[in-house]
Design a protein around this ligand. Structure first.
Ligand SMILES: Cc1cc2nc3c(=O)[nH]c(=O)nc-3n(C[C@H](O)[C@H](O)[C@H](O)COP(=O)(O)OP(=O)(O)OC[C@H]3O[C@@H](n4cnc5c(N)ncnc54)[C@H](O)[C@@H]3O)c2cc1C
Length: 396
């Protein structure tokens, strides 16, 4: 079945495949540029099956992962705020964030390098100051130091994606949910996008299908992993609220690894916006565990006995205020590139662009990554230097 033939044989200028974190924003940023966009989502925006489920995501500006990331984080924050205004609900909560580790660790050196590159207002803390200002973090390895990023916070991923998809629709994008793309077929004039029910002719495609990018662009080096997320309650009589335990990435006393997370977000609405209430503390490990998932469709969504033992031990070693047995668990998918950076922009295929390569830290940037994808598609200069995210860096 062919769909309507609206413009010289094309159904739309651009098809966006996958409306998760990056795709919903790419569709929004394309539509606001006047581009005729059609977006395809196999489930619905804000679904629990890709890489963006789990109630919260950490936001940091002094990004230890690369000194090129702070301008992307700040642009992303502006766009999250714009989405908050259009959706009429809070999506981002600034809490500040604490990195703790040895002075020569990637956590500390990477954070300071990103801060130095953009003159960010971070604070260096010694162990005494950490223990005084953040007693929940008082257990540390000897010699550990801290860096405070006052611009850090938490985002609500599912709600943010729903808001971006709604903004895309409001700007004129056609959004097809429950519609799985099964193939993209480029030819000399354009691209045929096949779903299980219809086919569409478009001029360009943005592949933003997260862990499923390999279904369309198998040459890109992206490895999906099954990851388990875990939440923890405060012990009776103890507080591990977000103001005591704000966003963190830190070393673990007596262990050669690190953990990330944030404290309990109380449900009472007194200290936090209504929408942010009711989340237990979230703590995750730096390691992904031995859970590869070559085909995201085949991943095991059940968390089995024993799978949370390691994170339980790390929480017990670090946070005396938390019950070490998780109060909740779920699975999610992380998709890694070899250098831990995203895949944003043109591919080796003419007219095919990509936005993905999560590597465990893309959500905070997703609204701005969607904008970078949109700028690549329309041939507009990027708002910041994004050469380190060029998917063709792996081609050589
Ligand atoms: C456990 C965990 C913790 C994380 N913590 C953080 C954090 O604290 N901070 C941070 O910044 N980042 C974090 N990340 C990373 C971040 O959440 C992900 O990188 C990001 O959400 C991925 O977004 P995406 O748009 O690439 O993919 P997704 O959001 O997964 O979107 C892909 C979409 O494409 C759709 N799709 C796939 N195939 C098709 C098809 N054939 N047809 C139609 N639709 C299709 C999917 O259904 C999905 O909705 C974390 C990731 C995980 C897994």
């Amino acid at each position: 079945m062919n769909t309507t033939d609206e413009q010289g044989g094309f159904d739309a200028d651009v098809a966006v495949i996958g409306l998760g974190a990056i795709g919903s924003s790419a569709a929004w940023r394309l539509a606001t540029r006047g581009v005729d966009v059609i977006g395809f989502e196999q489930f619905e925006p804000g679904n629990a099956w890709g890489g963006s489920t789990g109630k919260t995501r950490l936001f940091r500006v002094a990004c230890l992962e690369h000194p090129g990331l702070p301008p992307i984080a700040r642009r992303a924050r502006d766009l999250w705020r714009e989405l908050e205004a259009s959706a009429g609900e809070r999506l981002f909560l600034e809490t500040g964030g604490l990195m703790i580790g040895p002075p020569d660790s990637h956590i500390i050196e990477g954070t300071l390098a990103a801060a130095a590159a953009h003159d960010l207002p971070v604070e260096r803390l010694d162990a005494d100051e950490i223990a005084r200002r953040f007693p929940a973090h008082a257990l540390m390895n000897p010699g550990d130091v801290g860096v405070w990023d006052p611009e850090a916070g938490i985002l609500r991923p599912e709600a943010a994606i729903v808001a971006a998809a709604a903004a895309a629709r409001a700007a004129g994008a056609r959004i097809l949910t429950g519609t799985r793309v099964v193939a993209i077929e480029p030819d000399a004039e354009g691209i045929t996008v096949r779903t299980d029910a219809a086919e569409y002719r478009v001029r360009q495609v943005a592949v933003t299908s997260g862990p499923w990018i390999g279904h369309f662009l198998p040459e890109l080096p992206l490895t999906p992993h099954r990851v388990i997320m875990t939440w923890f309650r405060a012990r009776d009589g103890h507080s591990a609220d977000l103001d005591r335990l704000p966003v963190f990435i830190r070393s673990v006393p007596g262990h050669d690894t690190w953990i990330w997370g944030h404290g309990v977000v109380p449900a009472d609405g007194a200290k936090t916006p209504r929408e942010f209430g009711g989340f237990d503390a979230k703590v995750g490990p730096e390691f992904d565990g031995p859970f590869t998932a070559d085909d995201p469709d085949a991943i095991d969504r059940v968390v089995h006995p024993g799978e949370t033992d390691e994170i339980r031990d790390l929480v017990a070693a670090t946070f005396p205020d938390l019950e070490p047995e998780p109060s909740d668990v779920t699975t999610c998918i992380m998709a890694h590139t070899p250098d831990g950076q995203f895949l944003i922009g043109a591919t080796e295929h003419p007219r095919v662009f990509v936005g993905g390569g999560c590597s465990g830290h893309s959500f905070k940037h997703a609204s701005a990554l969607g904008e970078l994808v949109a700028q690549s598609v329309v041939g507009e200069p990027h708002f910041t230097d994004a050469a380190f995210l060029d998917p063709r860096r792996f081609s050589a």
